[in-house]
Design a protein around this ligand. Structure first.
Ligand code: SD4
Length: 317
């Protein structure tokens, strides 16, 4: 039986590599996925997820995460949670509850505390420096506070045909305290049904939420579209709809999808990096670009791109 994994952005690579090995050894999709997301949450140089994530306007790191089990359609999520090491694990545990499965702010923190989840100060010195620099750039250069944000969204399929999806993010840099994006919202930031496949989105949550993009992609796959066809149709049609309604270009939106046969697809209205691997193909880092705003060009990331990425994330502030 096929197995596979797909994840948003270059940052998913190390975790997805571990997860793909776990899937190869017969691990359940949901545990492989949790492991992959934790790896991203724990890495300090990924500045939009977990430890080292960029703070809100008050210089507090508020995190959003969600988990969905494609076998049962169970969902767990946390939003605006502070100072817990692995929000994805809290979301996974919440998905096992019939009630109270989506908790926000202090309620989520109280729950995590009672359940013994590990606490951690999630604000790194580096993230604090980036915040301070942005405050001065905003004053001096009149820069928008809101660029700089990514979510890790991972979909996994195991040999049994079981599927799961998870997301984790610090959301928009400089967001208002209490602001929540698409990432913990079912149907917008993620959706999975093991009888069909799963999808996850990243980009400007305020736009993605308007289109319930992840659910739309799974629905299109259910109607016999390949993951690539479903991603192209959902993303670009929605992009054009929003552009017409707003009279200007929508914000960044990118999507990934994996079906229960191990086929994957992506679409994006900006340059977008992602990782994918299956029982048939090694995990690789790819770049996706919109072509003629209806289709997606996909190519493997080359050495120059990878080196520039590494230099960028570690550049002194
Ligand atoms: C949010 N969608 O909070 C997230 C951020 C993100 O690429 O994924 N940016 O809106």
């Amino acid at each position: 039986m096929p197995y596979g994994i797909i994840g948003t952005w270059r940052m998913a690579f190390e975790g997805a590599q571990i997860a793909l090995q776990m899937l190869k050894s017969g691990e359940w999709a949901k545990f492989a996925l949790e492991r992959a997301v934790k790896e991203v949450e724990d890495y300090p140089y990924y500045k939009s997820v977990g430890y080292g994530g960029l703070p809100n306007e008050n210089c507090e790191v508020e995190l959003d995460a969600a988990f969905m089990d494609g076998d049962t359609l169970s969902i767990g999520a946390v939003a605006g949670i502070r100072d817990y090491k692995n929000p994805i694990s809290i979301a996974l545990q919440l998905s096992e509850k019939s009630f109270n499965s989506f908790l926000v702010g202090v309620g989520a923190e109280e729950y995590a505390h009672k359940e013994g989840f590990e606490r951690k100060n999630m604000l790194t010195e580096r993230a604090k420096k980036i915040w301070e620099k942005r405050i001065s750039d905003m004053k001096e250069k009149n820069l928008s506070p809101y660029d700089g944000h990514d979510t890790v969204g991972i979909i996994a399929l195991d040999e049994r045909g079981s599927m799961a999806v998870g997301t984790s993010t610090s959301g928009l840099f400089m967001k208002k305290k209490g602001r929540v994006g698409d990432s913990p919202l079912s149907g917008s930031g993620f959706y999975v049904d093991s009888q069909v496949g799963g999808a996850s989105a990243t980009g400007l949550g305020e736009e993605i939420m308007k289109g319930c993009l992840s659910y739309e992609i799974v629905r299109l796959m259910q109607d016999d579209r390949t993951p690539q066809e479903a991603c192209d149709k959902a993303l670009y049609e929605f992009h054009h709809k929003l552009a017409n309604k707003k009279g200007k270009q929508p914000g960044a939106m990118s999507v990934v999808a994996l079906n229960n046969k191990g086929l994957w697809g992506v679409a994006s209205n900006v340059e977008f990096s992602f990782v994918a691997g299956t029982n048939k193909e090694d995990l690789k880092i790819y770049l996706a670009y919109p072509e003629g705003s209806r289709k997606t060009i996909i190519k493997e990331a080359n050495k120059e791109w990878l080196e520039a990425y590494e230099a960028r994330i570690k550049k002194p502030i």
